[in-house]
Ligand binder design. Structure first.
Ligand code: AMP
Length: 303
């Protein structure tokens, strides 16, 4: 097994979700949660985040069951956990954020446990680029750093985001965010332009339509896994990233094709996530289910 270690810094939340297929109230969610849960099928991720006093022990046990190291998940006395409420449109591709209560996440100042500072693989989940940079400052010798971002930071912390980009190996963002960041309307041009801002590679997520990778060698495309039952798309992006980085961190094979293979794993893990509310579906699968679906996915790409 690889000696590489994966750390994620992100939100741990209670999500209330409405989709055309039903509702969930205060389900365990957040970018750090989805990422680490997805990555746990490949490695033992280290999760750094903050929760309030209202965070039940049962959720910590769930992380422990998947061997997610929560030494860096601090609990703030008297505080409340981050809450997010969202509603999906009928096509499930778009959603509206109805409520955000940052609570303890609003003043989150991540200080990594000393034992985590030797992590080789780093995922800076969606958050302020200032906080993302602060996390990176604490890692001694990172080998692979990837970050996620969102429209909020592109518009409100543009310069801080631009300062972070050259420090990244990879930037992950969705279609509309890539166009927003580059003020372009063509995704190919946007992907290539973002690489020029600093990251060695860029991955653009296109929801059910898959993902695009931009490297110095050009463009690589993967479709989404064709899932018949989409119940709740929340966390698809974060579990795509978790599967991808978990696989990268545990892959000892030679570099050519590594990133592409990791994206395929990320795609498959995300396809399970959307088949249930919150973590419901992921809780029911084993690594063998991921490998089996990966084989099926591969056969659909073969011509
Ligand atoms: P995704 O569907 O992969 O884009 O991620 C959805 C997750 O992001 C949900 O579980 C939310 O709790 C979390 N989330 C929503 N807004 C924010 C925010 N501003 N910062 C961090 N996490 C957020």
């Amino acid at each position: 097994m690889s000696k590489d270690t994966l750390i994620v810094v992100g939100s741990v939340a209670f999500d209330s979700i409405e989709t055309p297929r039903g509702n969930a109230d205060e389900a365990l969610g957040g970018s750090g949660t989805y990422f680490s849960y997805a990555a746990s099928y490949f490695t033992r991720p280290r999760l750094v985040g903050v929760v309030g006093e209202d965070f039940p022990d049962e959720h910590r046990q769930l992380f422990a069951k998947r061997q997610i190291d929560t030494t860096g998940l601090t609990s703030e006395k008297g505080g409340k956990t981050f809450r997010w409420r969202g509603r999906y449109h009928s096509d499930m591709n778009n959603r509206d954020t109805l409520e955000v209560h940052l609570n303890v996440f609003g003043t989150f100042n991540p200080v990594l446990p000393p034992a985590f500072c030797d992590s080789t693989h780093v995922f800076l989940a969606n958050g302020s680029p200032l906080i993302q940079a602060k996390v990176l400052d604490q890692i001694k010798k990172p080998q692979m750093v990837m970050a996620d971002t969102m429209d909020l930071w592109i518009s409100t912390m543009h310069n801080e985001l631009l300062a972070l980009l050259p420090r990244l190996d990879g930037l992950l963002l969705n279609e509309s965010e890539a166009l927003m960041l580059t003020k372009d309307h063509n995704l190919i041009r946007a992907g290539m332009a973002i690489r020029k801002l600093g990251p060695k590679f860029v991955i653009i997520k296109k929801g059910e339509h898959g993902s695009m990778l931009f490297t110095q060698d050009g463009v690589f495309l993967l479709p989404g896994y064709p899932t018949e039952e989409v119940i709740d798309p929340t966390g698809a992006g974060d579990s795509f990233a978790g599967g991808l980085m978990g696989q990268l961190c545990s892959d000892d094979s030679p570099p050519p094709g590594r990133l592409r293979r990791a994206m395929a794993y990320g795609t498959v893990v995300a396809s399970f996530t959307v088949e249930g509310f919150g973590l419901d579906r992921l809780k029911k699968i084993e690594r063998a289910d991921i490998d089996k679906r990966l084989e099926h996915y591969k056969s659909m790409l073969d011509f």
